[in-house]
Design a protein around this ligand. Structure first.
Ligand SMILES: NC(=O)c1ccc[n+]([C@@H]2O[C@H](COP(=O)([O-])OP(=O)(O)OC[C@H]3O[C@@H](n4cnc5c(N)ncnc54)[C@H](OP(=O)(O)O)[C@@H]3O)[C@@H](O)[C@H]2O)c1
Length: 335
């Protein structure tokens, strides 16, 4: 039986499967990493802080003891730097021949305006560009896993229903990756600007996930790519967005990180997804794991194709002339 109990996801045996979860040290990412490992997967917890990753791994060991079938190992990764993404991919490629499950969960929510080292707006940099670089550089490993017995390879990107706040007018006909969404320079940290920057990055998540599917289909690579709207979940990151006095009440009534991770876990491991590939390929799932309709813009194939090309160009530029390795540029030239 598939689904949630109070403390665990009831699922099949994932022994022999290799998984990577970004943001695996906290919130829904931790719940996903934990449940994949409990079911036998070898999980890489991609996180930027050694102490936070160590704390999360100890928490996993305390919860599940030495009896757990799978394992969790820290993989250092800072998604705000394309160079660091490349370093992390090189590290993983020195350790593993294949990757069966990639869950892109890490995210910055409604943060103050800042620029990443690659001169991109930080939510775009972490939520979209880091995941774009990571996924495309990991394609050779994902592809290797498609040749396995199960051949069931999934890429799951956590987006949000908030993506629908972005209108075509907001896009303004260009792919500006340093958009403030502020009416003027003095308002870069207004609530409206922070919400729109976050919503924009979550729109990019869906466009990326659907375009990844199209490109895999075109190349006959049997990977299933999906994006998720987890709904409102009482993770520490989400609670921080509310005043302190409200957090206790929200935590008491809100959905737990494990409940919030339900749809991502379904997308990552439920056999139903593999059995009904046509239904799930490139789909956008709601918090119950049902195929849902994203906004019109998020469903626009031309926008998705343009975003891919722009993202690919930015990643190549950020890696600059240092990158002599064809294998670690974002996918192959025709992909
Ligand atoms: N919670 C909700 O209500 C909700 C609703 C809709 C969508 N979502 C989406 O769901 C995903 C998970 O959210 P959550 O609530 O579980 O978030 P969370 O508890 O705030 O966890 C966010 C994770 O992202 C990591 N992260 C942030 N910046 C990073 C960077 N530069 N490099 C690597 N990792 C980085 C954090 O690492 P550190 O611990 O080092 O900061 C943390 O592990 C996000 O993509 C979010 O947008 C959440």
């Amino acid at each position: 039986m598939w689904g949630l109990s109070e403390t665990s996801w009831k699922g099949g045996d994932l022994t022999g499967r290799v998984a990577l979860v970004t943001g695996g040290n906290a919130g829904m990412g931790f719940a996903v990493a934990e449940q994949l490992a409990v079911h036998g997967a070898k999980v890489y917890m991609a996180a930027r802080s050694e102490s936070k990753a160590g704390h999360a791994i100890r928490q996993y060991q305390q919860l599940h003891g030495l009896g757990a079938k799978g394992s969790i190992t820290w993989l250092p990764l800072d998604l705000s730097s394309v160079k660091d993404v490349r370093r992390a991919v090189e590290q993983l490629r020195s350790l593993e021949q294949k990757l069966d499950i990639l869950v892109n969960s890490a995210g910055q929510m409604m943060a103050d305006y800042a620029l990443s080292e690659d001169q991109l707006e930080m939510s775009v940099s972490v939520n979209h560009m880091g995941h774009f670089a990571l996924t495309t550089m990991l394609l050779p490993l994902l592809r290797n896993a498609t040749g396995e017995d199960t051949g069931d390879v999934r890429v799951v990107t956590i987006s949000s229903g908030i993506h629908s706040k972005i209108s075509r007018k907001d896009l303004g006909g260009s792919w500006d990756m340093d958009r403030t969404f502020a009416s003027d320079a003095g308002h870069v940290n207004s609530l409206r600007a922070k919400v729109l920057r976050y919503a924009y990055s979550k729109l990019l998540n869906i466009l990326f996930a659907t375009e990844l599917q199209r490109r895999c289909d075109r190349e006959s690579i049997p990977i299933i790519s999906m994006s998720i709207n987890p709904g409102l979940v009482a993770t520490d990151g989400a609670l921080e967005l509310y005043p302190t006095w409200l957090r206790g009440a929200l935590k008491a009534v809100g959905r737990t990180p494990l409940q919030g991770a339900n749809a991502a876990l379904f997308a990552a491991i439920a056999p139903e997804v593999g059995l009904k590939r046509a239904q799930y390929r490139g789909s956008y799932l709601n918090s119950r794991g049902e195929v849902d309709r994203a906004s019109d813009i998020a469903s626009d194939a031309q926008l998705a194709a343009e975003l891919w090309e722009v993202s690919k160009m930015i990643v190549s530029k950020d890696l600059g002339n240092e990158d002599r390795s064809e294998k670690l540029t974002p996918a192959s030239p025709h992909f």
